[in-house]
Design a protein around this ligand. Sequence first.
Ligand SMILES: Cc1cc2nc3c(=O)[nH]c(=O)nc-3n(C[C@H](O)[C@H](O)[C@H](O)COP(=O)(O)OP(=O)(O)OC[C@H]3O[C@@H](n4cnc5c(N)ncnc54)[C@H](O)[C@@H]3O)c2cc1C
Length: 390
Amino acid sequence: MRKIVIIGGGAVGSSIAYHLASHPAFTGEITVVERDPTYRIASSSLSASSIRQQFSTPLNIAMSRFGFEFLSRGADLLAVDGDRPALGLKHSGYLFMASSSGLDVLRANHAVQRAAGADVALLSPAEIAARFPWIATDGVAAASFGLSGEGWFDGPALLAAFRRKARSLGVTYIAREATGLVRAQDRITGVRLADGAELPCDLAVNAAGPWSARVAGWAGIDLPVRPRKRMVFVVACRTPLTGCPMVIEPGGICMRPEGAFYLCCRSPGETEPDPDEPPLEVDETMFHDMMWPVLAARIPALEELKLTSSWAGYYEMNLFDHNGIVGPHPAAPNLIHATGFSGHGIQHSPATGRGVAELIAEGGYASVDLSPLGCERLVEGRPLVEQAIL
Ligand SMILES: Cc1cc2nc3c(=O)[nH]c(=O)nc-3n(C[C@H](O)[C@H](O)[C@H](O)COP(=O)(O)OP(=O)(O)OC[C@H]3O[C@@H](n4cnc5c(N)ncnc54)[C@H](O)[C@@H]3O)c2cc1C
């Protein structure tokens, strides 16, 4: 009986637990160590939970395609005793707009996406205006629009469904903090808990999200993942924006509907401060000074918007190349990392869970090959850069 301990029971850790417990080739015990069963500041609770195919890396596109398919069938796959979870998947494309300076990147990404089978179209400003008459296309050279396989969903519901299904399949969740690893040379033989107990294991998984560098550090590994604050602003708009997709401004500000409201997000520019693990306070001045004017210029109806609420959470930011880090590091071969998704982790949680389950149960990837996300690239200084980060 193999003993597997997963540190972190967010969407990624719980997806791994579910996929492993349901893998036909796996026999063993799975324990998830999750310090906060309320998930108050977990990324999976504070996510904008949107899913897109419009990445610049073919592997990310493949992971999203599986994620969308999984979410579409999630109510059946994650049902427990006939109780089918409502995952709230909404089908709606992303509209990535580019100014003339961003046109080459937009076209290059579009070619990668088409080659990877993504259902995307390039729209001229006139085509954007015809589809979305409430958008002002000034300064827009073209846009890339997802025709299918994109949208948004209820992230906390997905996490809860993974967790509930995993438990129904025999996975144990322990509500404690992991504080260290027990090692024999380069092997991990156990996970230490805050109360002094030790959980013996044959293999451990680091799914600690924004806090995963701390876990990796216990094995002497310097993982380039940091908790970086990102904010979501919820606004009301009196005029309905019919058929509103996920709108992405050429400068990166994005906005999408959520019920009767709209969620607006913005990542800091390269020269702006972006400290590690700051308090999760919302800076509404940033919304008023930097986001609202841009949104109102692009969508004149938003001149009369009302900010109704807001929140902040941490991206598990991979400073090396903004992509997931999945797999063991050569310094500790039986510690698998699944982290660093830099703002696209909840949509990739189904594909990551499936892949890590295959790695553990079968000794290698059987469906989508996730090895390009492996730690070898960190060791060898070979970035796998994702251009389309929001
Ligand atoms: C504002 C915002 C918007 C986002 N929008 C999107 C989006 O639109 N689409 C998308 O795909 N992604 C988005 N993301 C990113 C996405 O939410 C994350 O990539 C994903 O939720 C990461 O899941 P996780 O399970 O790795 O991390 P988490 O959900 O943070 O889970 C990690 C868990 O590990 C636990 N933990 C950590 N250390 C320990 C320890 N030592 N002992 C025990 N437990 C521990 C924590 O308590 C936590 O519950 C967004 C994130 C934010 C903050």
